[in-house]
Design a binder for this molecule. Sequence first.
Ligand code: PHE
Length: 496
Amino acid sequence: MDLTEPKLAEAPPATGHPKQLYMLFFAEMWERFSFYGMKALLLAYMVTQLKFDEPKGYAILGSYAALVYTMPLFGGMMADRFLGYRKAVMFGGILMSIGHLVLAVPEDWSFFYGMAFIICGNGFFKPNISSLVGTLYPENDPRRDSGFSIFYMGINIGAALGGLLCGYVGQQINWHYGFGLAGIFMILGLVVFAIGKKSLKEGLPPNPAALRKPFFAGVPTEFGIYAAALLVIPAIVALFNRYEIMDFIMFGLGAVSLVYILYIALKLEAEARNKLFAALIMIVFSTLFWAFYEQNAGSLNLFAMRNVDMHVAGFELPALAVNNFLPPAWVIALSFPFAWLWPALNRRGKEPSTPLKFGLSFVFLGIGFSVFYAACLLGAESGLISLPAFILGYFFIICGELCLSPIGLSMVTKLSPANIVAMMMGIWFFASAIGEFLAGKIGALMSVPENVVDNPVLSLPYYADIISKIGMYSIGIGVVLIVLVPLIRRLMSDVR
Ligand code: PHE
């Protein structure tokens, strides 16, 4: 008998959650603190400090964010086949910590290297820590969904604090201190995990012998995987230096995955095939959602610095901190009413179906951008929009996020055949990667010429025009999706 087994994991309290959930909650909270803290600074740092022209800044930001969410496809696969979740999270966390520390080095070379370490590290960390949450509950445990909601809360508390503190320190005090602060909290997250991981029951390598097997010249497979990941880092740096190639990579990978899933679908029997088609339609739409939504970490950072009136009671609030605090703060605030709303509607038989929620998410997003646009019209004379309007716009945008992001995850698990659920999760993140890449392209349309950047009256129209179009297209796409609801529901058969 193994006496070291943690007691709580064997007999979880009937109403509470396994204590390991809180360890994963804090590890992920600090990791997201550093991830979003650094992302808050990225574009503004490139444009105002490294003096990249704006289209290049947007292209690099889009490429960074796209690669960050492409790597989980590989990190997830490596964990499933060889490393197990725990080793993968540790390795990813170490790479991310190194990346953040490199970014804090005040030299030009450090920038692309720091981002490349974070990209690789995130590929091992992010998907696998989420999978670990899943291992805490037996298959049909009713606490599973609420466990994930608590975990999503940790993500957003970290993101809100990171955006606020790193945004403030980076913009107001010193950019490299901002990056360094992010690094310190990443290390804290890693320490929480390193100490807490012993209490986990699952997540060990699926086949330890395979890990020890020599992979090349007597080097065990485990170290082969780490070495391969390290080799990817200079390749990513090279890509940043030739970012035009990213178009081929992202659209190429996108086309290949689409064709591959269609191929899998065609081999299934009718009902399973239709369900997978339904999932695919919603995944493709989600790409567009993220392309619009992610203006937050891109164009809206520069917009907040230049064209939002940040004065409150004689104080000037730091624009980057405000812009990056607002979305996760709204997620935290709105999670509670949404957690109440869906079951309440359900009891009356009026809960919207998943495709309808997706349609509504675009409508909300479009309303949010329309609020920004209306504020631009009102602020044309001063070149500044009011802070309350900026806050209100984000309220609607986040209502959109809550109709799509958490719902998408469970949609993927319900509509995919059991043997490809993990891969479809990777594809769900990959769809957001393509969205992030498109977001960079849309952001570049809002590039403001050098001689205008310090004059809000002249810079405002550059944003207002595209913001109004995002609002219109988003509402239009929402309407198309709502029209498609009966068709998608038929494909979904018994799944709601
Ligand atoms: N913001 C959430 C997170 O960081 C959800 C999300 C994941 C959004 C991936 C876009 C892409 O986990």
